[in-house]
Design a protein around this ligand. Structure first.
Ligand code: IMP
Length: 196
């Protein structure tokens, strides 16, 4: 069966994420942001798992626009903090969603803590012709003691992926995309789209 797979709405207006994902998709898919389709609603994120939130976002957009779409939800899961901040990563230090404050709070919570193991986990929910599909991407690493690097966003300056000596914020976009949680989740999405 042939689907119109080439045009896909990505439930974001975050320019960092859009360029990361567009880079991964290459020319085979036409990615539309929420701005591109003039979608200005506040999208609900009411749940406490990445899976439920990603699905809720994709369902919300699909119901209104009837366009094939996907949404992602990512969390930084720190072992010594029992998986926190996890689904609350964006608003860890408060509703202002200040990335600097989030990083400072994380470093404070891990002060003197020996186990620095952490992972980024991304869940992507795709809705295509009304059917739902979930994809996951994980990158394991550790939280260093103080910030290093200026690229990227969020917790990048304190996240050192396993097997590398640069933090995510010391990598350029292609280096980060080669191993990142989001890249891995999107890769699974792209493989699925190519094979369906
Ligand atoms: P979102 O679900 O992609 O919006 O991610 C939620 C939060 O997780 C963001 O606000 C960031 O704090 C953090 N985050 C997600 N992806 C990354 C990343 O690639 N690097 C650093 N922080 C990230």
């Amino acid at each position: 069966m042939s689907h119109n797979l080439r045009e896909l709405v990505f439930a974001t207006n975050n320019p960092h994420k859009l360029s990361e994902v567009q880079h991964l998709l290459g020319n085979s898919f036409h990615l539309l942001s929420l701005n591109d389709i003039n979608f200005n609603d506040e999208i609900p994120e009411d749940y406490d798992t990445l899976e439920e939130n990603a699905l809720q976002k994709a369902q919300y957009i699909y119901t209104i626009t009837k366009q094939n779409c996907f949404a992602d939800d990512t969390g930084l899961e720190v072992e010594a903090l029992n998986g926190r901040p996890g689904v609350y990563s964006a608003r860890y230090a408060g509703e202002s969603k200040d990335p600097k404050a989030n990083v400072q709070k994380l470093l404070m919570e891990l002060k003197g803590v020996e186990n620095r193991k952490a992972r980024f986990r991304t869940v992507v929910a795709l809705i295509i012709d009304g059917k739902e599909h979930l994809f996951e991407g994980i990158v394991d690493g550790r939280i260093i003691e103080s910030e290093r690097g200026v690229d990227g966003f969020g917790y990048d300056p304190v996240f050192l992926p396993d097997g590398y000596s640069s933090t995510f914020a010391e990598m350029n976009l292609s280096q980060k995309n080669a191993i990142s949680h989001r890249a891995r989740a999107i890769e699974s999405l792209v493989n699925f789209l190519r094979n369906s």
